[in-house]
Design a protein around this ligand. Sequence first.
Ligand code: HEC
Length: 159
Amino acid sequence: MSPMRIFFTLASMIIIFAALIHVMTNAFLTTSSDPMVSAFDLSRPRAPSDARAIKNPIPVSGDAIANGKAIYEGKGNCYVCHGIGGYGDGEGGVMLSPPARNFTDIQFQRLRTDGELFWSIKYGIPDTGMFSFIPRHITEDEAWMVIHYIRTLGHEDRS
Ligand code: HEC
């Protein structure tokens, strides 16, 4: 291989490496000036506006919350990304960009209606790790009970 050829091979490898680093930092850096990240801002609704009005058909009760918790920590596998405590710190959730939603965030709890949460669980959130769970993983009624449970996770001091 001629010295010239070696030089060009090395140069192109450096460019490819730099491009990879660029893509990776864009995907992982979470500065507010990053347009990718602001597109994932909490204040941007994840569900279409009609979803806001959908009501939870399951009355809230100790049993419904306990069932919701069992599904969250069991067959729904929600904890894998959202974390056992709901902080969005599950093993799968921290690797994602945007990360899994932190359910303890009181701002999140105030901004979203049950109908919006249901919509995201049913259809998923485009361009994120949140995929559709109904009907493949859980039923609609199970999702409504998980929502009752998620509502117990918000903390006032986490806003
Ligand atoms: C593979 C990881 C993963 C799993 C498993 C997962 N989620 Fe998510 N979820 C996400 C991510 C990532 C987001 C945040 C996306 C965003 O910022 O828009 C999210 C967001 C949400 C939201 C918030 C929607 C909103 O309006 O902001 C709800 C509600 C939700 N998930 C419910 C669940 C439930 C219930 C389960 C279990 C049945 C579950 N998720 C399982 C990754 C996951």
